[in-house]
Design a protein around this ligand. Structure first.
Ligand code: ZN
Length: 229
């Protein structure tokens, strides 16, 4: 998968790497991530809920986009409300990008997914654009690679920042475990094979920021994650 790990462009090489702040949201403590360039610009990944809290953290910052890894409510349930509030605050439409189109049925049922666990206020999501494996987003002048890692959900994508040596893995790869695949549309073999092909081929020092729990690195997970021993 050389295309996934190719050299960084000269443009983003000249900038300091993006910073990442994890903000646990919803009762499921999902790690929403705020990426910042240090000059007042930001991108929000997986705003599952707690939108008022996110808006206060983002005060004074210009949000370029909202990115989604997959369609589960704890990752997307606050995206529509956040988009609405930020677009009004900033006076321009803030796009929702992702996940892969295979998760459309989940985005269309996010409110119902939340309600089934007693969580009110989750909203369905209609992204401005679905993302595809192998494309590179240019956000805040930085390149973010999109990798499709299905198995937890059909349309799950992860976001790899080569310059910052960081990958946002959503519910694919966690510290010491992997995402659940027991839902009707899950596929355990597919998840493990895609982690092998598309995540374990990244540089070992790459920091893994998962959708739940503590960070890790690609090297640590290759060596110690029990699913791959
Ligand atoms: Zn999930």
């Amino acid at each position: 998968m050389a295309a996934d790990t190719g050299a960084a462009s000269s443009k983003s090489d000249s900038l300091p790497p993006l910073q990442a702040q994890s903000v646990p949201v919803t009762p499921l403590r999902q790690n929403c991530t705020i990426l910042s360039d240090g000059t007042g610009h930001a991108v929000v990944v997986d705003p599952g809920g707690d939108v008022d809290h996110l808006l206060s953290l983002l005060h004074g910052r210009e949000v370029e986009a909202i990115l989604l890894t997959h369609g589960h409510f704890d990752h997307v349930g606050g995206a529509t409300a956040l988009q609405r509030a930020l677009s009004e605050r900033q006076g321009r439409h803030v796009p929702i990008l992702g996940p892969d189109e295979g998760d459309d049925f989940l985005l269309e049922s996010a409110a119902r997914q939340g309600a089934s666990l007693g969580l009110e206020g989750m909203e369905n999501v209609r992204p401005d654009r679905y993302l595809r494996h192998g494309e590179t987003l240019n956000l805040m002048g930085h390149e973010i690679d999109v990798l499709h890692v299905p198995g937890h959900t059909p349309g799950h994508v992860v976001f790899h920042d080569r310059r910052a040596k960081r990958v946002l893995t959503g519910d694919t790869l966690f510290r010491g475990t992997v995402g659940r695949t027991d839902l009707p549309y899950g596929n355990g073999e597919e998840l493990l094979s895609h982690i092998h092909q598309r995540l374990f081929t990244l540089p070992e020092e790459t920091v893994v920021l998962p959708g739940h729990g503590l960070p890790s690195t690609i090297g640590e997970e290759k060596r110690y994650n029990p699913f791959f021993q």
